[in-house]
Design a protein around this ligand. Structure first.
Ligand SMILES: Cc1ncc(COP(=O)(O)O)c(C=O)c1O
Length: 391
């Protein structure tokens, strides 16, 4: 008998991406409304599409280009980081354009770790962060948050060992919608500085805050440049998820490591997508703001509807991103609940277990893709389903 080429690999320990798993069940039940995937319902600014069209006749966009990112895009990003995030990249940071924020995170993990190192995530975590850490041969150390899904600096400090390399925060948060207060992010950033760790700050949802919640970039804090990764995405704010552009401001002394990773994994970002990104950044936040205002009212409809469920469903404050993360009073496990909601009520959510919440039944509601016409129907089905299954 020939030996099998199939061996145990590092990938066996990595969870399967949850979105396609839920997507498979959705496909079996036509007419399901998805509150599953974190996407927006709008596309990029017209100027971004025009920029791509007009660039196609230029030979340069068909060639390999700068691994860091096209100079025009990198300087546009530097200006945006200075003006909006308070990050002056002249004070010790470098910028790299990547094929999305997920890639920037993977680059960061590879650049700062050795196999066997530990990276601290707050739970619930973003599943792709856990997956990236495991793929790098490192260990994701999951530290619980409080009842409002805010990290506890004391618990983070107690989780630090000799192998810890970084603490990750996501604010505004996926999957909870929590926006971490400035004082908390200052504390986490100072903890990292004092203990010789990196702070990886995922700010994919920087523009998506509601009410009085405000976003802070920890990379803007005095002395943060040397140990802070600030990660951004064009996917949500500009409706450009398919174009695959994100960027990261990172400690400049890691440039050689970051370039090795980029050169091996991506070589350079997709040139036409970079052209789209320049035009989108020129359109800027004013392009995104009306959509965020619309999402604010959709979010309110979602929270009000879930509020009618009383003790069946507890919804901690969700003041940002495009998610809320209810805790359900049921003995069912989250995957069973999610599957029954699809099969019996034609509405899809993402089970909390994918985000590391194994103690109790939680799920994520994503409302970014909903428009006024579908929100009532989608959330109505969810409320009816939860009453029927858990009431
Ligand atoms: C916290 C967070 N980071 C990164 C990403 C991925 O962004 P990108 O499309 O830029 O890779 C997402 C997408 O849902 C996210 O929620």
């Amino acid at each position: 008998m020939p030996n099998s080429v199939r061996a145990v690999t590092r990938m066996d320990a990595v969870q399967a991406p949850i979105i396609p798993v839920v997507g498979d069940i959705i496909r079996q039940v036509p007419g399901t409304i998805s509150l599953g995937q974190g996407v927006v319902h709008y596309g990029p600014p017209a100027a971004a599409v025009d920029a791509v069209r007009s660039s196609l006749s230029e030979f340069a966009v068909h060639e390999y280009a700068s691994g860091t990112g096209q100079p025009a895009l990198v300087s546009r990003i530097a200006a945006k980081l200075a003006a909006e995030n308070g990050i002056d990249t002249a004070r010790g940071s470098a910028i790299m354009v990547t094929a999305g924020a997920n890639m920037a995170f993977m680059h960061a993990v590879l650049a700062i770790s050795e196999p066997g190192d530990e990276i601290i995530l707050t739970v619930p975590f973003y599943f792709n962060h856990e997956m990236a850490i495991q793929m790098a041969g490192c260990r994701a150390v999951a530290v619980p948050t409080d009842a409002n899904y805010r990290p506890d600096p004391g618990a983070l400090a107690r989780a630090i060992t000799d192998r810890t390399r970084a603490i990750v925060t996501i604010s505004p948060n996926n999957p909870t919608g929590a926006v971490f207060p400035e004082t908390l992010l200052r504390e986490v950033n100072a903890l990292c500085r004092d203990r010789g760790l990196f702070h990886i700050s995922d700010e994919t949802y920087e523009y998506f805050t509601y009410g009085s919640a405000r976003h802070l970039s920890p990379g803007s804090l005095p002395g943060a440049a040397g140990h802070t990764f600030s990660i951004y995405s064009m996917s949500k704010a500009y409706g450009m998820a398919g174009w695959r552009i994100g960027y990261v401001a990172y400690p400049a002394d890691l440039t050689a490591a970051m370039l090795k990773i980029q050169d091996t994994v991506l070589i350079c970002p997709t040139a036409v997508a970079e052209r789209a990104a320049i035009a989108a950044l020129d359109a800027g936040r004013p392009y995104c703001d009306p959509f965020v205002r619309e999402l604010a009212s959709i979010r309110q409809i979602v929270l009000d509807a879930l509020g009618t469920l009383g003790s069946i469903c507890d919804v901690p404050p969700a003041e940002g991103a495009m998610y809320c993360f209810p805790r359900v009073a049921t003995s069912l496990d989250a995957m069973t609940l999610a599957e029954r909601l699809i099969r019996e009520h034609k509405v899809a959510v993402t089970p909390g277990t994918a985000f590391g919440m194994t103690d109790g039944c939680y799920f994520r509601v994503a409302f970014g893709a909903l428009q006024r016409e579908t929100v009532a129907e989608g959330i109505g089905r969810l409320v009816t389903g939860l009453r029927a299954i858990c009431g």
